[in-house]
Design a protein around this ligand. Structure first.
Ligand code: UDP
Length: 222
């Protein structure tokens, strides 16, 4: 099966569903080759327009899920509707249930000190069989890369790496580092650990509406 790709203002998003994403991720893990998953939304598209390096990271990823509903609206306006809203938080939830069932080991990287551990505790509370390989705060700064790589290597086998440094830093970090980590799948997850730990932090509603308004205008009259 080849996934249809939709291009929104030069940025790729995949016409993928939850039911298609999970077996694909399983294939990625079994292949042991590094594969990056991007959870895109309209803010990603706006950032990618100003930042060609970010656009390249998104466009070269193994999978770009339509995390933000704005992408579904934009794709429909472009006459290339996406079939499903694949919310990043929901994909992570399903992926963690799948990992628990398959015995895949998960590493949580990023967020404020202690937050990844709280998210991990929340996950193992709900999925007792889930193997957490480790948690590490780290930072997306290049001077931290060696310490993060060492921590991940010491964690033993890691099948899924969740990275919460916020976009675009987390996605650029994954593109730079994943090939050297010996980990097959990495997902940029933004504020998902905050959400799972109960410490929710989102952009104010007016910021999100403004971003959407911009994208809407751009799609209508590029
Ligand atoms: N973060 C981090 N290091 C940084 C910048 C951000 O660990 O240098 C974390 C932050 O604590 C939060 C996540 O990255 O957990 C980003 O959350 P945000 O809601 O900004 O991301 P979005 O979902 O909007 O991409």
């Amino acid at each position: 099966m080849t996934t249809k790709r939709v291009w929104i203002l030069g940025t790729r998003v995949d016409d993928i569903t939850f039911d298609e994403a999970l077996p694909l991720i399983e294939q990625y893990i079994e292949s042991r080759r590094p594969q990056q998953i991007v959870t895109s939304n309209t803010e990603f598209v706006m950032m990618a327009r100003r930042d060609p390096a970010f656009a390249e990271v998104i466009n070269k990823a193994a999978m770009v899920i339509p995390d933000g509903i704005g992408l579904l609206w934009a794709a429909r306006l472009l006459g290339q509707p996406l079939r499903e809203h694949v919310r990043g938080t929901d994909l992570v939830e399903r992926l963690m249930a799948f990992a628990a069932q398959k015995g895949y080991r998960v590493f949580l990287l990023g967020a404020a000190p202690g937050v990844a551990e709280m998210a991990a505790a929340n996950l193992t509370g709900r999925h007792p069989d889930l193997a957490i390989a480790g948690c590490y705060t780290g930072s997306p700064h290049p001077q931290d890369e060696a310490a993060i790589a060492q921590t991940i290597h010491q964690a033993g086998r890691v099948d899924i790496l969740l990275v919460a440094f916020g976009a675009p830093a987390q996605d650029k970090w994954i593109a730079r580092n994943l090939p050297q980590l010996g980990v097959p799948v990495a997902v940029g997850v933004g504020g998902v650990f905050d959400f799972m730990s109960g410490r929710v932090k989102r952009a104010p509603g007016w910021v999100r509406r403004l971003e959407l308004e911009w994208l809407y205008r751009l799609v209508r009259q590029p």
